[in-house]
Write a protein that binds this ligand. Structure first.
Ligand code: TYD
Ligand code: ZN
Length: 414
């Protein structure tokens, strides 16, 4: 039985997908056999309340010099990260000449705002290709995995940080104790550590089963983050919900005793206790709903294909790998998936091997239906592709439920 990455107690999965590919490992059509599969399963540690993957993939398999995901592909996310930087800067207002470190900076979408304000910064990211993009923008970036040892090196080379920031990164790191140890060492005495990740409460509420994939090792709750922080001399001092990626929480931490926690921390913890986030029942129910959504999505698609209608996908997201392979879909059902990312175009999706095409291909080959795999960017994509609906095309979505036809734009998106 796997053991908890936080407290080492045994954990049992509440949902197992069987053998799955890596969600961002797009396949070169010339070398389709070079695929890595692993047992994707998610469990709750009843000891410490942390939801996590049961089997982990080595970091170097996921975060390398051909990392498929570039952060700067969405206008909505650009707006979001500008506001994120402004939030951090407000909390740094009393600091003269602050130093900001970002863990997992990708192509620099968040660091850019600090750099533009003349703030001393350092990004750290293991993926060479996205680091090169950040460097091209003139940002200071070091290619490395963030760890306790690496953090100590940064502290001695550059001094301690006034702010350490991260977005959609901390939940990726299996060696969570090394990350929090590193933060503890690198963060100045009055510094603030800010990070945001998909919130387990939102994943459960909307049955976002496709948030589960290899890179998402942890599915944090406020209670879990507070507990992990305490294990490293840090304290959760504030929490703020974010309407991106289907619902995230932004966590604010400082050295223990440096700031009285806001009322929001206690409110969120109370709400989590009331909704049973630390017990197995909510997760068993989630797994049942996920299975029903998978069956319904598959039936919705297969029925239409059988009657001669054409279906494509929109957004070759990492999330789409989970739902596509879980629902047993392939190029026989989904003709292609449109995606704006050049490094994904011309490739095949992981596992299912559906071709990825540029959005221009979508516009010149409108299908009857398009499955919105980038459902977290619904408003942006539906605005951009309004002509698809005007000429009779219909969107299929599956979060929080399977719907066919123009769904109402949800609030939980960039
Ligand atoms: P995203 O949902 O941000 O993340 P993940 O891969 O972690 O699930 O990925 C968005 C994907 O959708 C990315 O590959 C870019 C693509 N995309 C488009 O093709 N067009 C768009 O207008 C937007 C907003 C995204
Ligand atoms: Zn545990």
């Amino acid at each position: 039985m796997p053991s908890c990455l936080v407290c080492e107690r045994p954990i049992e999965p509440f949902l197992s997908f069987g053998q799955m590919p890596l969600a961002d490992a797009f396949v070169d059509p010339a070398r389709p056999a070079d695929e890595f599969f692993f047992d994707l399963a998610i469990g709750l540690c009843e000891g410490c309340g942390t939801v996590q993957l049961c089997e982990r993939v080595p970091d170097a398999y996921m975060f390398h010099d051909a990392y498929a995901y570039y952060s700067s592909t969405s206008v909505g996310m650009r707006r979001h990260f500008t506001a994120y930087a402004a939030d951090v800067r407000r909390r740094l207002h009393a600091v003269r000449a602050p130093f900001v470190v970002e863990i997992g900076c990708n192509d620099g979408i968040l660091l850019e705002s600090f750099a533009a304000a003349g703030i001393r910064h350092l990004g750290i990211d293991p993926a060479g290709n996205v680091v090169a993009e950040a460097v091209r923008k003139g940002l200071h970036v070091q290619q490395a995995f963030f760890s306790a040892r690496m953090a100590a090196n940064v502290a001695s080379a550059h001094g301690r940080a006034d702010a350490i920031v991260a977005a959609n990164v901390i939940c990726h790191v299996a060696d969570i104790h090394s990350v929090f140890d590193g933060v503890q060492r690198l963060l100045g005495p009055a510094g603030i550590f800010v990070f945001e990740d998909p919130y387990i409460g939102a994943i459960l509420d909307s049955t976002a089963v496709d948030q589960i994939y290899d890179e998402h090792v942890f599915y944090f709750s406020v209670s879990a983050v507070r507990r992990i922080a305490e294990m490293h001399g840090l304290e959760l001092v504030d929490v703020a919900p974010q309407a991106v990626h289907g619902g995230e929480l932004r966590y604010y931490l400082r050295h223990r005793g440096a700031q009285t926690p806001s009322a929001a921390v206690a409110d969120w913890i109370e709400r989590e206790q009331a909704t049973g986030l630390a017990g197995p029942r909510a997760y068993r129910q989630f797994a049942d709903r996920a299975g029903r959504i998978r069956d319904e999505l598959r039936a919705t698609i297969v029925r239409r294909v059988a009657s001669g209608q054409r279906i494509a996908g929109y957004g070759a997201t990492a999330k789409s790998s989970t739902i596509i392979n879980y629902a047993g879909l392939g190029p026989g059902e989904i003709e292609f998936i449109a995606d704006v990312t050049p490094t994904k175009q011309g490739k095949l999706t992981p596992g299912a091997h559906i071709p990825v095409r540029p959005p221009e291909h979508f516009r010149s080959h409108y299908p009857d239906y398009a499955v919105l795999f980038a459902w977290n960017h619904e408003r942006e994509i539906r605005e951009k592709e309004a002509a698809f609906e005007t000429q009779g095309g219909r969107w299929i979505t599956y979060v929080p439920a399977v719907t066919v036809g123009p769904p109402a734009c949800s609030a939980s998106q960039a």
